[in-house]
Design a protein around this ligand. Structure first.
Ligand SMILES: N[C@@H](CCC(=O)N[C@@H](CS)C(=O)NCC(=O)O)C(=O)O
Length: 217
């Protein structure tokens, strides 16, 4: 039974799943959907995910969406190599780090990325700029914790590439891309260059970028 992966270009959530599929060496059929043509909202896609979002994974008759749920399913179904740890304790830490990331880092990070790379790009108005500075402050604090982890190990948790790396990496990559825009110059000052402010995160970004599973087309 074939695995079908429905995804869109530039989506950090889809990249999580691509990283997991490649890391596990799974064979799958790739279905690249064009969001600007509303292909993710076609009747066929809405039948798979009523929310009309990607990523979606179909494995035989089984359908799962929500990127984290897909990672979990893949790990239960195809456990080797594991991405949620080799022991319950390691699994607990991986899930904790993912939950912490989703609670504390992802919302302000998405705010920044959306503002700089979303439909209303350009120099933000004053009130928005203040909110972005506050978001950047929160992201920088969370990044310090990540920097400490990565200064001790090549990977976010333990000594191998895990679901924690897969969840966090695509957003950090997108953040760096957003902060390199000229209008983000001031906002980026405490984050870039990575080699100076967050050298271990910078090396980790290169390490993950060298792995297969970064859909770019
Ligand atoms: N929480 C979801 C987020 C998925 C998501 O936001 N997907 C975006 C692409 S990055 C999407 O499908 N957007 C189209 C839409 O919402 O209409 C996950 O983790 O899978």
């Amino acid at each position: 039974m074939a695995i079908h992966f429905y995804w869109s270009s530039g989506s950090p959530y889809c990249e999580r799943v691509a990283l997991a599929l490649e890391h596990k060496g799974l064979t799958y059929e790739s279905h690249l959907l064009k969001l600007d043509l509303w292909e993710h909202q076609s009747p066929q896609m809405l039948a798979l995910n009523f929310r009309g979002q990607v990523p979606v994974l179909r494995d035989g008759d089984y359908v799962v969406f929500e990127s984290l749920a897909i990672l979990y399913y893949l790990d239960r179904k195809y456990p080797d190599p594991p991405i949620f740890g080799r022991t319950p304790e390691e699994g607990g830490v991986i899930m904790r780090v993912i939950c912490e990331y989703q609670s504390h880092a992802e919302p302000p990070l998405r705010q920044i990325v959306h503002s700089l790379l979303g439909p209303a790009q350009g120099q933000p108005p004053r009130g928005v700029a203040e909110r972005l500075a506050e978001a950047m402050h929160r992201v920088a604090g969370e990044a310090r914790a990540l920097e400490q982890r990565l200064a001790r190990s090549d990977w976010v948790v333990g000594d191998s590439f895990s679901a924690a790396d897969m969840v966090i990496y695509p957003h950090v990559q997108l953040l760096v891309q957003a902060l390199r825009r000229p209008e983000a110059h001031e906002l980026a000052a405490r984050f870039l260059p990575m080699q100076i402010n967050y050298p271990a995160i910078g090396r980790w970004l290169d390490r993950v970028a060298a792995l297969p599973g970064h859909p770019r087309s």
